[in-house]
Design a binder for this molecule. Structure first.
Ligand SMILES: [Cu+2]
Length: 117
């Protein structure tokens, strides 16, 4: 008994439907909202290991930047004007302690750390 062509196509499509979503399912990056004030850095949640997008809002009356260092990487945003926002996409590693700071104001308290889990 030969399999009909429509049946064979349906079988292939069913197999593709099974595999394609898995192949294209990259995990969505975690969004962590950062609020910068004079002179604190506050996170909406503790960042997890994996892809993270920091969305930084300068809610103060001074210019700030946002820097991240840990696990062998250093990233920074441009200076962010009062009321402005910036984004920083990074890949964090589990168990690594990361430091977050604003370069002009770290010594005024704009510095914090976390360990990615
Ligand atoms: Cu600052």
């Amino acid at each position: 008994v030969r399999t009909s062509i429509p049946t064979a196509i349906a079988t292939v499509l069913a197999a593709a439907a099974t595999f394609l979503p898995v192949a294209s399912a990259a995990p969505a990056a975690q969004v962590v909202r950062v609020t910068e004030t004079d002179y604190r850095i506050a996170l909406s949640t503790r960042p997890r290991a994996g892809g993270v997008v920091f969305v930084i809002r300068n809610a103060s009356r001074h210019v700030h930047d946002f820097r991240l260092q840990g696990g062998g990487i250093t990233r920074r945003t441009p200076m962010i004007a009062p009321g402005g926002t910036a984004r920083l996409a990074v890949r964090l590693r589990a168990g690594v302690r990361y430091v977050l700071w604003c370069a002009p104001h770290a010594d005024k308290g704009m510095r914090t750390t976390f360990v990615a889990r």
